[in-house]
Design a protein around this ligand. Structure first.
Ligand code: G6P
Length: 360
């Protein structure tokens, strides 16, 4: 069946490998008769009617939500707030007049997110669930659903669902912007196809990524991930992946923030992964790398083609600047995977974690 491991040693590896296919499936699933990307009219109207979007999510889905905020704000001009579901429940922020609540949840079963949905429905506001599981609790209980089309995700550490979430959020923002007559100067369908190829290139670089994992993480006590703008959000996800499956203490940081305290932890040889995919802040993040190197850090710079410099450890294929998370997250996932293997950890079933957490 669809969810057999086949010849793969781990579901996580299989699911990472599926990521280019997932992007292509999403393009197909959201293609209208005229070949243009489209979403359900009722959902489009709900998005256009909103004066503010509230994204609610947990874990990896929260990290996708942070990127979704960028997409909606940059493409549609609708302001967005992103909230951790377990916090939102008892700390509801001031709400706008016409909010739309967007629940991002791979499983559609996360109790922390569901309790917010229940509360929001009581308040009478419209709700949209973005999920991988048709018929899941959050899908059934929300007014609208957008599906991720990633296929069943079995490994506890989420990989293909994250990439699907980022792609579906980009697509939703894009279609909403187009419907509202916002001039967008790129063809998202084409850019997503390019990103799918970029992901494939990363997947085909497993040997290099395994070497990086061995070199930087085989005996590391801790690790830092830094980036600016969307690279910061991918750093959060990269750190989470590493923690989840290798148990190495890891933190994702905004490039400029590390020096305001946490740089105290940098010692001789501390691994620092830096993402450089955003031209506007490329020099700034490289400056942050110099700051940590001066304190003994062992830097691993992962730069997008066009922004690379001599000494960078990995160059990722060039994609549209809004879509870099789709590609830059893949080396983070694979490095974490190989770090876990080198440290003999149970990749698919890490200690203390559950695939979906149905208690608050
Ligand atoms: C659990 C999983 C995480 C996941 C989070 C949110 O903690 O271990 O990988 O990101 O739940 O899950 P959801 O299904 O709501 O996206």
């Amino acid at each position: 069946s669809d969810i057999e491991k086949g010849t793969y040693p781990h579901y996580m590896l299989k699911e990472m490998d599926e990521q280019p296919t997932v992007i292509r499936k999403i393009i197909q699933a959201y293609e209208g008769d005229n070949g243009e990307l489209t979403i359900d009219t009722a959902i489009l109207q709900a998005l256009q009617a909103a004066d503010r979007l509230y994204i609610i999510a947990a874990g990896t889905s929260y990290h996708a939500g942070l990127i979704g905020k960028q997409y909606f704000e940059k493409m549609t001009g609708i302001p967005v707030e992103v909230h951790i579901s377990s916090e939102f429940g008892y700390n509801i922020p001031l709400l706008s007049e016409k909010p739309l609540f967007i629940f991002i949840t791979q499983s559609g079963e996360t109790a922390d997110s569901r309790q917010v949905l229940v509360k929001i429905k009581e308040l009478g506001y419209p709700t949209l669930t973005v999920t991988n599981v048709p018929g899941s609790t959050l899908s059934r209980e929300a007014d609208y659903t957008l599906l991720l089309h990633a296929g069943p995700e079995i490994a506890v550490a989420s990989t293909k669902a994250y990439v699907a979430q980022v792609a579906v959020l980009a697509l939703t923002a894009y279609v909403t912007a187009q419907a509202s007559g916002k001039g967008l100067e790129f063809d998202l369908k084409q850019e997503l196809a390019i990103a799918a190829n970029g992901i494939q290139t990363m997947i085909d670089s497993k040997d290099v990524l395994e070497d990086i994992a061995e070199d930087y993480l085989k005996i590391a006590r801790n690790a830092f991930f830094i980036g600016r703008n969307v690279d910061f959000y991918v750093s959060l996800e990269g750190a989470l992946k590493l923690k989840e499956i290798s148990y190495i203490q890891a933190e994702g940081f905004a490039g400029g923030e590390l020096k305001h305290g946490t740089i105290a932890l940098i010692e001789e040889g501390t691994p620092v992964f830096a993402l450089v995919t955003q031209e506007a802040v490329a020099l700034n993040i490289r400056g942050n790398v110099k700051e940590v190197v001066a304190r003994g850090a062992y830097p691993c710079i992962i730069a997008m083609a066009g922004l690379e410099e001599a000494g960078d450890r990995l160059v990722i294929p060039h994609v549209h600047e809004l879509l870099t998370p789709l590609v830059s997250v893949v080396p983070m996932q694979l490095i974490s995977y190989y770090a876990a293997l080198h440290r003999r950890c149970d990749v698919d079933k890490p200690r203390n974690l559950a695939k979906s957490v149905t208690v608050e």
